[in-house]
Design a protein around this ligand. Structure first.
Ligand SMILES: NC(=O)c1ccc[n+]([C@@H]2O[C@H](COP(=O)([O-])OP(=O)(O)OC[C@H]3O[C@@H](n4cnc5c(N)ncnc54)[C@H](O)[C@@H]3O)[C@@H](O)[C@H]2O)c1
Length: 330
């Protein structure tokens, strides 16, 4: 039984607390959040204890592992403090607001010996994982083009955008990790940003983007993102190869279709947002983390994957703002 503390009782903190509480090999022992009664409320829901100061989590001998779901700028300091205290860490993406922040603490990161995994939960989504498996098994011949569509139902508030690191580091980073998962290391990034939400534009960030990634092996991925989408949480993936293609479509609450004189094939809307759409993915991610911690195998995706995805995000930010492709060292 892995005794786990969740740091940050916000949106993703709720997802992880539920996933830990429901997992047969995990126990939620502590929830930490300094703001209001957020930690206490979430902890009480699952019979755990709460605190306001993350240092209490790191000092607690009853905590084996921590899940970091605090705002992005706190990930590195909390990850380092947790690892120093001997805790295994599952940290939310992105690792930091940019690669320079990672490099500034590289010496401390190099000293980490406890297992560290990053929350690229989409690798663990049953549909996306099935496409990856099919591609690896050669079902579509040689993979030639990968297309990822990821649109959120509604944009987050400006307060979230301020500390997010920007769309490419906060949102597209999931897709950068997915592209690396399929294509390997990325050599060139060509990004174009768009603005449809004035509040996000006012923060100097884009709220929609199209990115073309060229991998070191010449294969290409196209990523389409939007912070808001009238038709809901739009999450699709297509892998096209020399002998066929595989498609992961949107997931709906049920499979009933309605046909009338006015329309045909009206179906239930897409599962709304990450908590529901990726529930299985978060649970599988937690299982992979617990398995790595208990077997001593290095967890995947790890710190190296998180930094590589962030490097692509930094390059995409430069590319979109300067209107030019950016090359990456392998
Ligand atoms: N993997 C995913 O699908 C996914 C989804 C959403 C968010 N995220 C990531 O999770 C992180 C949090 O996002 P969110 O949407 O849950 O944000 P949020 O604002 O809803 O929650 C963050 C919480 O952290 C708390 N907090 C602030 N300072 C803290 C501190 N010093 N110690 C502990 N907690 C502190 C806040 O009070 C808040 O409750 C971000 O880095 C985001 O990129 C990942």
């Amino acid at each position: 039984m892995l005794r786990i503390a969740v740091i940050g009782a916000g949106r993703i903190g709720h997802v992880h607390a539920r996933s830990v509480a429901n997992h047969p090999e995990a126990q939620l022992v502590l929830v930490c959040d300094p703001i209001g009664d957020a930690a206490e409320k979430l902890a009480t829901q699952y019979g755990a204890r709460s605190c306001k100061d993350a240092d209490e989590v790191f000092a607690n001998p009853e905590v084996d592992a921590v899940i970091i779901g605090s705002p992005t700028h706190l990930h590195l300091p909390q990850l380092i403090a947790a690892a120093k205290a001997g805790k295994a860490v599952l940290c939310e993406k992105p690792v930091a607001q940019d690669v320079a922040q990672v490099e500034a603490v590289q010496d401390e990161l190099d000293q980490i010996t406890t297992p560290v995994m990053f929350g690229f939960n989409r690798r663990f989504d049953p549909s996306f994982a099935a496409v990856k498996k099919g591609v690896d098994e050669g079902k579509i011949g040689d993979l030639e083009q990968l297309t990822i569509i990821s649109r959120d139902p509604a944009a987050p508030p400006a307060s979230y955008i301020k500390v997010s690191g920007g769309i490419f580091r906060d949102m597209t980073i999931h897709d950068f990790d997915m592209a690396r998962n399929f294509l390997g290391d990325i050599a060139e990034v060509n990004a174009s940003g768009q603005n449809f939400v004035p509040e996000i534009k006012a923060e100097g960030d884009f709220d929609a983007a199209v990115v073309v990634l060229t991998a070191a092996n010449g294969k290409v991925a196209t990523i389409i993102n939007n912070r808001r989408c009238a038709s809901g949480y739009d999450q699709r993936l297509e892998a096209a190869g020399s002998e066929g293609a595989m498609f992961a479509e949107n997931v709906r609450a049920h499979t009933v279709r309605l046909s009338t004189a006015e329309s045909t094939n009206a179906e239930a809307p897409y599962l709304d947002f990450f908590l529901d759409r990726y529930e299985a993915a978060y649970s599988n991610e937690l299982s992979a983390f617990i398995n790595a911690v208990s077997t001593g195998k290095a967890p995947e995706p790890g710190l190296n994957d998180a930094v590589k995805a962030l490097r692509i995000a930094d390059a995409a930010t430069t590319s979109a703002h300067e209107g030019r492709p950016v090359r990456l060292d392998a």
